[in-house]
Design a protein around this ligand. Sequence first.
Ligand code: ATR
Length: 284
Amino acid sequence: MSAANDDEIIPRAGVIGWPVAHSRSPKLHGFWLKQHGLTGRYDKLPVPPEDLAGFIADLPKEPGFRGVNVTIPHKIAVLPLMAQIDDVARRIGAVNTVVVQPDGSLYGSNTDAFGFIESLKADAPAGWVASAGPAMVLGAGGAARAVIVALLDAGVAELRLANRSIEKAVALADEFGHAVQPVAWDDRAAALAGVNLLVNTTSLGMAGQPPLEIALDDLPATALVNDIVYSPLVTDLLARAKGRGNPVVDGLGMLLHQGRPGFEAWFGVAPSVTPELREAVLAD
Ligand code: ATR
């Protein structure tokens, strides 16, 4: 058995963003590295927009570098810098996971849709399935695109999309097809009638942001409610939904599950999401 020595190349990955100080990804991947007893590193990598192309071009030349996660503001800009991207990243229009291939070329994927649907599968009550009825999505930004792709791929036949700026919801409906139906922001409460799922992808309800105002009177009692905001973990939306008896799933699961494919590609072990991981990632 050989222990790691100084001239052994340590497998590395990290998260690129600007700023990147608040990213929880190092805690997530650091937990998994330790849990599996792996020699490896996962670092915060602050990369300003003007340095992005150069950083990506140099990535395959760095000894041990297996790839990176990509966060704000680089998720869209990084897409044309990849040699190959997967179909989901192309449809979402953004890359959040980069893998250095054995030949040194870069493969870009987007694991946010996977993370979203896996989080619902893991945390929804037994028997709940996404395809059982209409879904209502609030918001039409980058996060909404990942949620829309995930839900369409999960077989949702009717997706009501409410956004403050209706033109963005209309543009997404044009792009993703007739299953996506734009809803005026003022009609969001009425459009909850008959839904099987309600997802908030807006920044409303996040610490420091305005509250999400939506009356839940028309929401069926069996509808699952998910907020991709995870700070606070129990948003006002989730608290109100829970208070009236709806099943709820918080936003932390999406963050944790989206990390799984990258970790496996970089470090060769398929990790799992456990209560201990949730605690470690939430801890300050
Ligand atoms: P992300 O990539 O996280 O989705 P984004 O692209 O900036 O972030 O999208 C933010 C979403 O929150 C948008 O749907 C935005 O609505 P607009 O498209 O009308 O801007 C929504 N949002 C932000 N602040 C809002 C507010 N005060 N009221 C309603 N919606 C809001």
